[in-house]
Design a protein around this ligand. Sequence first.
Ligand SMILES: [Zn+2]
Length: 729
Amino acid sequence: MSDADAMRTVAKELDLDWVNLDEYPVDTGAAGMLPEEIAQRCGAVPVGRKFGIPVLAVSNPADSSSMEEMKSALGRDFVAVVADESQVAEYRQRLYAALAAGIVAREAEEQRELAERREEERASSAVASGAGFAYDGSAGAGDGLEGASAEMDDVMAGWPPLARVLVAAGRVERAEMSAAVQEAAHGGDVLAHVLRTKGLVTEEDLVWAMAEEVGLEFVDLDTYPIDYSVGMLIPETTARHHLVLPIGKEHGSPVVAMANPADVFAMDDLRTVLGRNFVPVVAVKSQIVTEIDAVFRRGHDAEEIARSAAATASGDVIALGEEEGEETSLDLASLDAVVEDAPIVRYVNLVILQALNERASDIHVEPTEKNLRIRFRIDGVLHDMSTAPRSIAGAVATRLKVMGDMDVSEHRLPQEGRTSLTIGNRQIDFRMATMPTVHGEKVVLRLLDKSSGLIRLGDLGLHSEMIERYASQYSLPYGTILVVGPTGCGKTTTLYSTLALLNSSDRNLITIEDPVEYQVTGVNQLQLNRKAGLTFAGALRSLLRSDPDVVLIGEIRDVETANVAVEAALTGHLVLSTLHTKEAAGTPLRLVEMGVEPYLVTSAVNCILAQRLARRLCTHCKEPYDPTEAEMVAAGWTEADLASLHQLPQMYRAVGCQTCSSTGYRGRMALGEMMVVTDEVSLLIVERASTKTVRETAIEQGMVTLRQDGLRHALEGDTTIEEILRVVA
Ligand SMILES: [Zn+2]
């Protein structure tokens, strides 16, 4: 792996953009932000501003002392983009040379202007003294105007910045502002207040001007494409206390709307809560409050609406639903839109909105003997969310069936349906299934967020040591990488993150899937069509003729696919695929059992990564405790492990707060077990040794098992022992 490739990987792991400065919109004036000496020492070059925040191209983002030094030199946070070292050096030389030349040129220009002005002054005083009539007020109208404007500029120079900014932007007339400034000065009132009482400005004008003054971007939240999923990066109390709300992401950093960007306490708090730098933008207070309400609206709202829905006759739901059957865009984010609808529709909309806010992947709507039970699956685990009166169960099921384009008159057979909604700027696909139960129809909705995009390999939560070992495997030009585990363990996500890292213009990438789960630009993706006779093996065989470098096969399910994959790996292609096996060591044997020759398995497979997803502790509410030795042993540490520790480590337990929907966990991370097919392992496979023997040899050669990897994460405070024991049986 070349240095550039290595740095590219580091950039991806740090969630920073890798840029080609030749194609980047470099602002040649940006160099003035940072002294050249510091830029040189830190291997960086300023290249522009984003929302008023300096953007620096750095060659080594992992060098934290340099990053700190630049931050203190700039006196503020900056956005880092990563570029090739030689390019950074080239641009640094060019920009600072241009800056120096610019300063010299500007000085020369100033000298020239000064000389000209002196010349003019001399000439005009000659005219004035010579002719004596230039200042009588009737002659020289042009001069008079210029004089007035110069006078006005002097007047404006004495104004507060807010006044200057508003006048310069043409939002307030000069004369009106002049009067307002005087009134404020005389009455000892705040200028902003005077402007508001006189009706000269709107709240928006004022906030815009404030943003302008401090060099931040002003956003109108009514039109800004808010990403509601990032809103809950901060607790509701912080959002309400400081009137701030994360509204999106930019270069991997949260974009936070603030009502008062001059509030340094809010800035500090946010940095602590977010645990990282962020991009502040300014928005009107009332809009921020509305959006905070939208993001943190809680389940009791839904329960209230459910009660009012139960109180109203719901016989008209079917007709109402049919009218709306065609709609594909529901503005759930707007409370107004919800209020206008019939109670049952409002109720269903709120449940869906709440599910999105709580990061749920599935919604279970289940009639029970006593009530209608709503459960959400969050981070892979089902949670009870709310209940509604039993009497609306039928109407809710009907409404959902209408949305999913199902037969509303059929109650006795299971049905499947789907719909797609645009919520905020997110496009969410819903797959629905109904099931007749003794208490009525149960409906399950699966939420698929199309806009969530690819997760970077570094963000999967795999241990850094594991990522390093994995990188040495996927950078090989050919062979096979298998990611294995049960359904829903994140295999496909890992493969796609790997594919994204390999996605460069000099490689031809192909995927064969059923169904295509993520769409990736720059990759040729083939959707299988079994009904038309297009199978994995058949598709793969023909695709290999189109000269791919990397082939991603959704899943190896049969011997035919396995054999073509092996053939591809042995003929100079890198094959990425998944297999449904429990552990890394057992996977080669599974391929042999499927009917692949053992010697082909060992020569074609580079490595096997077994994976599980464990819930990550919520950083807002996790609680430290001191585990007992017995607990540690029960979790899988050996007496010897414990003896080698001077003292028992601190662990964390799940508590639950508003940020994590009271689950104590927020988000998930991948646990991994990576077995490299070494010579020793190969020999065992050819000899058809047992999984146990293969596992023992792999461990001797440094394989960290899933359980050990999980415990390692628990020790680092990322998760709990209970969670590890839950996912790694
Ligand atoms: Zn929490």
